[in-house]
Design a binder for this molecule. Structure first.
Ligand SMILES: Cc1cc2nc3c(=O)[nH]c(=O)nc-3n(C[C@H](O)[C@H](O)[C@H](O)COP(=O)(O)OP(=O)(O)OC[C@H]3O[C@@H](n4cnc5c(N)ncnc54)[C@H](O)[C@@H]3O)c2cc1C
Length: 397
C-alpha cells in the first residue's frame, strides 16, 4: 500500500520508532478504514511542525507527513467484512484510550482530592474553620463521590483481562473519567480561590504552597478531546446502543421488555443501605425507561440514518447510558465491599449514596431533554446567524 497525507495530533508521534496509522483504503467495494503499522525510518515519512497544546506539555506532538510511503501488505489490517477498522484493532484502541486518557484523569481527580483536603485544613474564614461551612462540606463530598464513581467505572471495565470483555462499558468509561476529572479540577480551582488560578511559578516566588492546580486544569481539558471529543463519543455510544435495538427490535414488546420479569434491569439491592436500595430501584426503573424510549425510536425510524441525523437525541441516549452504568457500577462496588473491607476515604455506602443522589438529578435532566414539550428552532437560528456573517449581528442587536 502507498500511504499519502498528513496526520495531526498523534501523541508521541515525533519521537516514535513505530507508528500505527488509521488510513482510508480505496478499493472496488468503496472506501474502508485500514490500520497500517510502519517504521518511521521508512522512506517518505517525515515529522513536520511541532504542535503545542494548552496542557499535556510533556506529550511530544507534531504533524506527521506521509509521502508515497510504501507499507507491505502484511503490515496493514483491513476487515474484509466491514468498512470500519478491524474489530480487534478497535478493541485495542478502546482499551488504550482508558489507559492514556483515563489514567491521567484518575490522577488529576485523586490529586485534586488531596489538594482540597490540604487547603481546607490550613484555612479558616471569618474565624471559622473552612471545613465547617455547608457549601465546603458539599464540595468535599461531591469530589469524594466523583472519585468513587470514577474508580467504580474503571474497575468494572477492566475486570477480566479479555480484549473484548465489557467493551460497551469500556467505551462509556472514557467520558465518565475525563468528565469526572474536569468537574473535580474545576471545583478544586474554585475552592482554592486566587490560589487556584495562580501558577506554580508565582506561588514559588511568594513562598506559597506550590499546588500545581493550574496545570491540572489545563491537562484535564485536553483529556476531553484526546481519543475524540466528548460529545462525539456520546454520539457514538448512543449509536451503538440504538444499533443493538435495531438488531433486536422485533424481540421487544411495546413496553420495551423482552419477556423478562419487571420493567427494568433487575438490579439487585442485596448488600446495600436503605438509601442505596432506593437508588437501585430508581436506577432500575430508569434502565427500563431508556429501553422503552429506544425501542419506540427504532420502531418510528425504520431507516437508522434518519434517526442518527437527530444528533442531540443520540447524544442524550449515550449520556444516559453512561450515567446509568456508572450508578450501577458504584452501587455494585458498595454492595460487594462488605467483606473483606476495602479501604476508601469514607464509607462505601455513603459515597455510593452521594453519587447516586446526584446522578438521579442529572438523569432526570437528561430524560426531560429527550422529550421537550417545545423547543426553539436551533437549525433556523444558527443557519440565519451563520449566513449573516456572524458576530457583528450579535453586537448590533
Ligand atoms: C492532547 C491530545 C492528544 C491526542 N493524541 C492523539 C493520538 O495519540 N492519536 C491520534 O490519532 N489522535 C490524537 N489526538 C487527536 C484527537 O483524537 C482529535 O483531536 C479528536 O478526535 C478530534 O478530532 P479533530 O481535532 O480532527 O476535530 P474534527 O474532527 O476536525 O472536528 C472539529 C469539530 O467538529 C465536530 N464534529 C466532528 N464530527 C461531527 C459530527 N458528526 N457532528 C457534530 N460535530 C462534529 C468535532 O466535535 C469538533 O468540535 C489528540 C488530541 C489531543 C488534544
Amino acid at each position: 500500500y502507498l500511504l499519502n497525507g498528513e496526520k495531526l495530533f498523534t501523541g508521541n508521534g515525533p519521537v516514535a520508532d513505530l507508528v500505527a496509522v488509521s488510513a482510508t483504503v480505496l478499493g472496488e467495494g468503496g472506501p474502508k478504514v485500514g490500520a497500517c503499522f510502519l517504521d518511521t525510518s521508512t522512506p517518505g515519512f517525515s515529522v513536520g511542525t511541532r504542535l503545542e497544546f494548552m496542557g499535556s506539555r510533556g506529550l511530544p506532538n507534531a504533524s506527521l507527513h506521509f509521502d508515497d510511503v510504501l507499507v507491505p501488505a502484511d503490515q496493514v489490517l483491513i476487515d474484509p467484512e466491514s468498512d470500519q477498522l478491524p474489530f480487534l484493532v478497535g478493541m485495542v484502541a478502546l482499551l488504550g484510550r482508558i489507559y492514556f486518557t483515563g489514567a491521567p484523569a484518575m490522577a488529576i481527580a485523586r490529586n485534586s482530592l488531596a489538594w482540597s483536603r490540604e487547603f481546607i485544613a490550613r484555612r479558616s474564614i471569618d474565624g471559622r474553620a473552612l471545613g465547617d461551612y455547608d457549601e465546603i462540606q458539599r464540595t468535599v463530598t461531591a469530589t469524594l463521590a466523583d472519585v468513587y464513581a470514577m474508580e467504580s467505572a474503571v474497575r468494572w471495565s477492566l475486570l477480566g483481562s479479555g480484549l473484548t470483555d465489557r467493551w460497551f462499558e469500556r467505551f462509556a468509561t472514557k467520558n465518565l473519567l475525563v468528565r469526572g476529572a474536569w468537574r473535580i479540577v474545576d471545583r478544586t480551582v474554585s475552592l482554592h480561590g486566587g490560589e487556584g488560578f495562580e501558577t506554580v511559578a508565582s506561588k514559588n516566588r511568594r513562598g506559597a504552597v506550590p499546588v500545581p492546580l493550574e496545570r491540572a486544569f489545563r491537562d484535564a481539558r485536553g483529556l476531553r478531546i484526546a481519543g475524540n471529543v466528548d460529545f462525539q463519543l456520546d454520539n457514538q455510544l448512543g449509536r451503538i446502543l440504538l444499533g443493538q435495538y435495531y438488531a433486536d427490535a422485533r424481540t421487544y414488546a411495546d413496553d420495551g421488555t423482552q419477556g423478562e420479569p419487571g420493567p427494568g434491569a433487575g438490579t439487585s439491592a442485596a448488600g446495600l443501605s436503605p438509601a442505596n436500595q432506593e437508588h437501585a430501584r430508581a436506577i432500575d426503573r430508569l434502565v427500563g425507561e431508556l429501553r422503552r424510549f429506544a425501542v419506540g425510536l427504532v420502531r418510528r425510524h425504520p431507516d437508522p440514518e434518519q434517526l442518527y441525523a437527530k444528533e442531540r437525541t443520540v447524544v442524550l441516549l449515550g449520556r444516559i447510558a453512561g450515567e446509568l452504568f456508572n450508578a450501577v457500577a458504584a452501587l455494585a462496588r458498595a454492595a460487594a465491599a462488605g467483606t473483606p473491607a476495602e479501604a476508601v476515604p469514607a464509607g462505601h455506602q455513603e459515597l455510593a449514596d452521594v453519587h447516586c443522589a446526584e446522578a438521579r438529578h442529572t438523569l432526570s435532566g437528561l430524560f426531560a431533554r429527550l422529550e421537550p414539550d417545545a423547543e426553539p428552532d436551533h437549525a433556523h437560528i444558527s443557519r440565519r446567524w451563520l449566513a449573516d456573517g456572524g458576530a457583528d449581528q450579535l453586537v448590533r442587536h
